[in-house]
Design a protein around this ligand. Sequence first.
Ligand SMILES: Nc1ncnc2c1ncn2[C@@H]1O[C@H](COP(=O)(O)OP(=O)(O)OP(=O)(O)O)[C@@H](O)[C@H]1O
Ligand SMILES: [Mg+2]
Length: 379
Amino acid sequence: MYFKSIKITNFRNYETLSLDLHKGINILYGKNAQGKTNLLESIYVLGLTKSHRDFIDHDLIKNGEKNASIEGVLKKDLFPTTMKINISQYDKKLELDNTRITKHSLYLSKANIIIFYPDDLELIKGSPTIRRRYLNLEISQLDSSYYVILNDFRKILKMRNDYLKKISNLEYYDTNYLEVLNKYYVDKAYMLFKMRKKFIERMNEYNKKIFETLSQIPNFHLVYKSSFDLTLTDEKEIKEAFMKKMEHVFLTEKKLKMTLLGPHREDFMFYTDDIDLKKYGSQGQQRMAVIAIKLSEIEIFKKYKNVTPILLLDDVFSELDKRKKNNLLKYIKKSVQTIITTTDLTTIHKKIKENAKLIEIENGKIKHIEEVKTNGRKK
Ligand SMILES: Nc1ncnc2c1ncn2[C@@H]1O[C@H](COP(=O)(O)OP(=O)(O)OP(=O)(O)O)[C@@H](O)[C@H]1O
Ligand SMILES: [Mg+2]
């Protein structure tokens, strides 16, 4: 799949911009602070409705303006889809082919995007929240029902927490109501657990080989830290064991007024053999680990969804040494839409440049475009 074109208005430092994208490699280049990352970000937001680097939507709106919009034509199957997102101070409106969409999951199922950027390292170094956010977003892209279940889960979690608050100081309360809440809670939590477990297992089908190619270190894998018992296989048993754990912590939950077990408390870790890379990995290994899991994702999208996702690479080449750079480049192909930003075109391999559309960005505008020649560019 690829974005054929993109049109943005009042987004970050852009007033208006219309750009046709190449279905293969596109390189956005220019000096610092000109808007390369912003443009890349706009593509990410268009596809996935959220920024990869900013939790606050209205930061995306150009200073002094009230609304931002991003529109793009996505080619996937036979027919193109026009995707559009309007961001105001208060909300976001989504459109597919000029029709307002209120179901986020439907919109999210359209474009698949994988991004690589310098702060990716946070995925391994940062808090579990960052990793859960990653899991939620990536699994939603693979299966939009995950997003629906996640929302149901959040609702029931809120209800349960509200109830815990309400009964926190009470000795007597409606145990029947709590039981109903618990049952519903466990059902939704279990569904998320199952999908997360499957996702991590699928990632591990590729992680080892990819990481080894990148870094020559064997046995890289992810380890899922769940509130559910990963050693059990039977649904009923898993749920019962989880319920038991819930009973154990109930008095603490009541005192703390919050739910302590479940998908909102889970995590995953990065290992080579039994070495925890978060604790013991070098910066370079950590970077490779993050790149490896993202490359594994590409394979998962291909195998289980039959699509090649769009790749966004923000300034990643300047961070890597030559060998790692070359290893990463193996995965970038003409057949995958890839959008790369760089301040320095010389850091990008000649083979890639020859087949890329070059777009120079200056102060929120396009300064220069060089199209791809059909038989490659001689440079
Ligand atoms: N909401 C906004 N409104 C207006 N300008 C903004 C907004 N958000 C960011 N900017 C501006 O965008 C510019 C940064 O753009 P961007 O991060 O895309 O730069 P870049 O070309 O990727 O630079 P670098 O090479 O350093 O990564 C800054 O000048 C910043 O002030
Ligand atoms: Mg940048």
